[in-house]
Design a protein around this ligand. Structure first.
Ligand SMILES: NC(=O)c1ccc[n+]([C@@H]2O[C@H](COP(=O)([O-])OP(=O)(O)OC[C@H]3O[C@@H](n4cnc5c(N)ncnc54)[C@H](O)[C@@H]3O)[C@@H](O)[C@H]2O)c1
Length: 412
């Protein structure tokens, strides 16, 4: 089976899907795969559409249409967040393995639907958190399991990434809580651009190499400066089932790029990373240092692993069970602050050219960096615009939302 090319398809070829298309066409041994077709209702947004057509690769407007003509081993799904669960389930039901982009889905019920379908149809699902497929992270996790660092105490990460109006206007779901037909999207920094770094904390703490630690409670603060439905700024504290504190700070409402920066504190070592010097490093109490390398070293490892998953049944480094800790955390965070806080107008600045204007909050970068340093949330630092979020119990959490906007139980 290993020597046979893997038959595959791409769902979405504009946006992030182009990374997979480029990876396949430019950086993958052509004898390893046959591209059966691509699915995108708006393929004209893909700069390589003409090339696909000249190679006679069929383009379909929907997965249903694709499966009317093909059976395929593997599908790479990079469609919008709210499509991840239905697209993945459709592919599994047609006998394909799936590499689905992060996040796993919008809600914990999406996650469960994917996991159930995977077991029902006997196919595998990999989730596209690229760090989880790289040796730097996998070796770090192995060393944690081997007891090199002792018990985990506190893990924290900060990601300050400006995003302008072009980002929020690039589609009809960016910054949305629900899409136009009422499906949950929950698009936000922690559920999209910076989701990797939230997931990574749970992933490294997982009891086995293929699992993540599950959050049992979360308290979050959600704010917005941009004119969007959901938040553009988040600070949260989670507790895992092993009672490890996980702190995460992310925003799109700043002027300058900063991060990801992380500090994972264990009994015997502190593990750090900063994008400016992209090496994961453990500093031990005895003064010794161990370097794990760059977690982005082989960016397309997830794609190569997915080919092996379809060819020889390689278990993915990050399957849906491992990816869903991030989904629990995000769902709980949304419930922790159902009414998103607005930054005071006097602090909100809009700069740049029409079409790519950036909305940012004066002083927000320093406040979040300070909160990160002290491992506190803005309300615990008594920041004037801050408000405290509810503590959400995630132990028996099976459905988003469990609380209505009024704070009562709801079965939506
Ligand atoms: N791994 C990463 O580093 C990374 C980076 C960026 C985005 N992503 C993920 O990729 C996914 C898409 O995000 P994006 O930023 O590319 O969005 P986007 O809106 O920029 O692009 C989405 C693409 O999906 C297509 N599309 C829309 N509806 C579709 C449908 N029903 N079927 C098939 N294709 C459809 C669009 O035409 C477009 O080509 C998200 O889940 C996002 O989190 C991952």
């Amino acid at each position: 089976m290993k020597d046979q090319p893997v038959h595959l398809a791409l769902v979405a070829i504009g946006g992030y899907g182009l990374i997979y298309l480029n990876g396949l066409l430019d950086k993958t041994d052509p004898s390893r795969f046959v591209l059966d077709g691509v699915v995108d209702p708006w393929p004209e947004n893909c700069p390589r559409l003409a090339e696909l057509q000249s190679r006679s690769i069929p383009v379909y407007p929907s997965l249903e249409e694709f499966y009317r003509h093909h059976q395929t081993d593997l599908v790479l799904v990079s469609s919008p967040i709210q499509n991840h669960a239905p697209d993945t389930v459709t592919c599994l039901a047609h006998g394909s393995h799936v590499l689905c982009e992060k996040p796993l889905g919008a809600t914990v019920q999406d996650a469960q639907t994917i996991i159930d379908a995977m077991h029902q149809h006997g196919r595998l699902v990999a989730v596209g958190y690229q760090w989880s497929y790289n040796q730097a992270v996998l070796q770090l996790k192995r060393d944690f399991h081997a007891g090199l660092f002792g018990a985990a105490k506190k893990l924290k990460t900060i990601v300050l990434w400006p995003r302008d109006e072009k980002y929020f206007n690039r589609n009809n779901w960016a910054g949305k809580i629900k899409d136009q037909i009422g499906r949950w999207v929950l698009d936000s920094p922690a559920n999209n651009a910076a989701a990797h770094y939230l997931h990574n904390m749970f992933f490294v703490l997982g009891e086995t190499m293929k699992s993540s630690a599950r959050p049992i409670s979360v308290q979050a603060e959600l704010y917005r400066a941009n004119r969007i439905e959901n938040h553009d700024t988040i600070a949260l504290r989670c507790l895992t089932e092993g009672h490890v504190e996980v702190l995460f700070y992310a925003t799109h409402a700043v002027k300058e790029n900063y991060g990801p920066v992380f500090s994972y504190e264990f009994e015997k070592a502190r593990v750090t990373y900063a994008l400016e010097d992209p090496v994961i490093r453990a500093r031990f109490q005895d003064g010794s240092v161990k370097e794990y390398g760059d977690p982005d070293a082989v960016y397309l490892q997830k794609l190569y692993d997915a080919l092996d998953m379809a060819a020889i049944g390689l278990e993915p480094a990050c399957g849906p069970e491992a990816a869903r800790s991030q989904t629990y955390c995000i769902n709980g965070a949304q419930e922790s602050m159902p009414e998103i806080g607005e930054f005071p107008k006097m602090l909100v600045t809009v700069s740049g050219e029409e079409g790519s204007r950036l909305t940012w909050v004066q002083g927000l970068d320093r406040i979040l960096q300070n909160c990160y340093e002290k491992a506190l949330l803005p309300s615990e630092r008594c920041i004037p615009w801050s408000k405290k979020g509810l503590e959400i119990d995630l132990r028996n959490y099976t459905h988003f939302p469990q609380r209505s906007r009024e704070g009562q139980s709801a079965a939506d």
